[in-house]
Design a protein around this ligand. Structure first.
Ligand code: NAP
Length: 487
């Protein structure tokens, strides 16, 4: 039986998940390419103070690697990174991983791919599995004079641990999940925090508790116990996701909760400034038990005037006021639409990824594209990712990809790609469903594509999982046999 040669690009959550799935299915001829020098993806890149995953840890983990040792209900970033590194180690992935090796290009050659890496080497593989993530390329705001700022400037996803915070006045630009976590953590540890807010956020309250030694011991002794919180959280998220994709009771309830939470801000003027003019969950919902407390502290200033420019001493807002700072943190998010870029990918008949995605990233069922045979994506365009754990999405998509590899091995085809018609139909159905989602109710967010529509799965994650775990419908695919010359 033929063994497919496989390249996985990226060793974050989805790359690790894919590699383990391959190994468990008996596919051993694969290489995991990672341009950095460690596993973890976004959990490796982000190391800012206060980084916590706002999805419960007992749900934000792989079902095949339940960790009994989570320290908290919501665990900190470094703990999640260590978990991912540990999963890779336990599954012996290091010997199959090439760190410090960026895949720069991939060209389809008729029944496989010529892959070029940053070391100038070209290698032929039968399948390319892209696990490159979407919160990967930091988005740097275009603020005039930023380069003239005399203090340290850093993007939240490139935290400079060489910069001493003690005694420093810190400015934070951005009020997404990152900015709010940063401000919550920095407040009280530095003399002054200045938060530059362009758009206020609704905040879902929560309580983060540590797991006791006894409970961790129980989870260790009876591994099956881990399934209880996993499935409990999954059920809770299934209810929550109803509010994301349909107007109705759940949406109204979440709105009521966040409005009530906002009432904990005592000063009416501050409360007014923190009140969004759009519905809760339209932007990715921020979950925090600390942000409102932090922002009410006397050493935290909320600035709502727009940023005009930066200069040597700090940031000047449109009212002409200079906010003197020592450190400026850009918590300004990511270019989430970049997906597999800057890799140069060329598919059938010389069609490039940039050409295929001229109107924005489009895929079939989140994992494949027409004209790019034998190329699969993990957590690709329109996968379900709003407040939903990517671990679960990656597990379901890996299973689908393994299914295709098995069929290749059985000789059913040499190359497979979805048809353009199936992809167009699929994307049209998603476009038609988009207006019911909360993401189109009147806010801007990184979820929205060029056409103003969300690049997210517009139904519940459960419905996606059912689809991706079902057998692919043959009419949706072009299956080809091996090109004669390669036999
Ligand atoms: P984000 O949600 O895209 O937020 C970026 C923030 O920067 C927004 O408040 C935005 O304002 C502001 N901004 C951007 N450019 C600006 C400019 N030129 N001037 C002023 N403000 C500007 O980014 P993020 O907070 O890094 O979060 C990105 C995603 O990462 C999240 O949505 C989430 O999926 C993930 N994340 C998850 C966790 C977790 O706990 N699981 C934690 C952190 C991040 P506007 O709103 O006006 O555009």
């Amino acid at each position: 039986m033929n063994t497919p040669r496989i390249a996985i690009v990226g060793a974050g959550i989805s790359g690790i998940c894919m590699a383990v799935a391959l190994q468990r299915a008996g596919f051993t001829d694969f290489t995991l390419y990672e341009k950095a020098d460690e596993y973890g993806g976004t959990w490796r890149d982000n190391s800012y103070p206060g980084l916590v995953c706002d999805v419960p840890s007992r749900y934000y983990q792989f079902r095949f690697a339940m960790n009994p040792e989570w320290s908290h209900l919501y665990s900190a970033g470094p703990e999640i990174k260590d978990y991912l590194v540990g999963v890779a180690r336990e599954h012996g992935l290091r010997r199959r991983t090439r760190f410090g090796t960026e895949v720069t290009g991939a060209v389809f050659d008729g029944d496989g791919w010529q892959l070029t890496t940053s070391d100038g080497v070209t290698r032929r593989v039968d399948f390319v599995l892209c696990a490159t993530g979407f919160l990967h390329h930091p988005s740097r705001p275009d603020i005039p004079g930023l380069d003239e700022f005399g203090g340290a400037v850093m993007h939240s996803a490139r935290w400079r641990h060489d910069v001493e915070l003690t005694g420093k006045r810190v400015g934070v630009i951005g009020t997404g999940s990152t900015g709010t976590q940063l401000v919550s953590a920095l407040a009280g540890t530095v003399p002054e925090v200045v938060l530059f807010q362009r758009t206020p956020q609704w905040i879902l309250p929560t309580v983060n508790r540590p797991y006791t030694r006894v409970s961790k011991r129980l989870y260790s002794l009876i591994p099956a116990l881990g399934a209880l919180p996993y499935w409990f959280n999954r059920a809770a998220f299934a209810v929550f996701s109803q509010g994301l994709v349909h107007p109705g009771r759940v949406r109204r309830f979440i709105q009521w909760v966040v409005e009530r939470n906002l009432r904990s801000v005592k000063d009416p003027e501050l409360r007014r400034k923190l009140t969004p003019d759009y519905q809760a969950m339209c932007k990715r919902l921020v979950v925090s038990d600390r942000f409102y407390r932090a922002v009410q502290r006397p050493d935290v200033t909320l600035v709502t005037e727009g940023i005009d420019h930066a200069e040597k001493r700090g940031v000047v807002t449109t009212d002409g006021r200079l906010h003197e700072l020592d450190i400026l943190v850009l918590a300004t998010g990511f270019d989430s639409h970049a997906f597999m870029r800057p890799m140069a990918i060329t598919g059938l008949d010389g069609r490039t990824l940039d050409q295929a995605w001229e109107q924005g990233p489009r895929a079939f069922e989140g994992v494949m594209m027409p004209d790019f045979p034998n190329l699969f994506m993990l957590v690709g365009p329109h996968s379900p990712f709003a407040n939903h754990p990517l671990t679960a999405v990656a597990e379901a998509q890996s299973a689908r990809i393994v299914g295709w590899l098995r069929r290749w091995q059985a000789g059913e085809f040499a190359t497979v790609a979805p048809t353009r018609a199936a992809t167009d139909r699929y994307n049209a159905r998603m476009r038609a469903a988009a207006p019911s989602t909360v993401w189109t109710t009147g806010c801007t967010s990184w979820y929205l594509g060029k056409d103003g529509l969300p690049e997210l799965w517009p139904w519940t994650p459960g419905r996606y999982e059912k689809l991706i775990r079902s057998a692919p419908d043959p009419v949706d695919y072009d299956l080809n046999q091996r090109v004669e010359s390669r036999k």
